[in-house]
Design a protein. Sequence first.
Length: 121
Amino acid sequence: KKDCSPPLQRLSGFFDAYADLFTKMNLCRGCPIGNLMQEMSDLNATFRKKINEVYSEMQKGIEQLLSEARSGGYISEDTDPSQTAQFIINAWEGAIMHMKLVKDTKPLSVFKKMIFERILK
C-alpha cells in the first residue's frame, strides 16, 4: 500500500517510528547498520561492501522523499536531495550513538528539530 502523505511527513514518521522502537528497547541497541559500520567495516572488505549497500539504500530512500518534497514545493529548489540525504543519515546515526551514550531520546529530538525546522525549512 502506497503512502500518499506529504514526503516530509513520511520522513518524519520514519524517524518517529525508530525513536519509538529505540525507546521500547530501553535505548540500548541503536541502529544495527550503524553498529556494524562502527565495529565491522575495518575487518572485512566483503562485509564492508554489504553494509555500504544497505546504507546506500537507506540514503536513496531519503533522497527520493527529498526529491518529492522539492518537486512539490515543500523544500527549496536549491536543496540537493543526494547531499542532503547523506547529511541527514549521517546526523541520524550520530544522534543514535549519542542517545545510546546518554540513555535519553533528547539527541533524537534535537536531530528532528534541526532537520525539519532548520535544514529542510
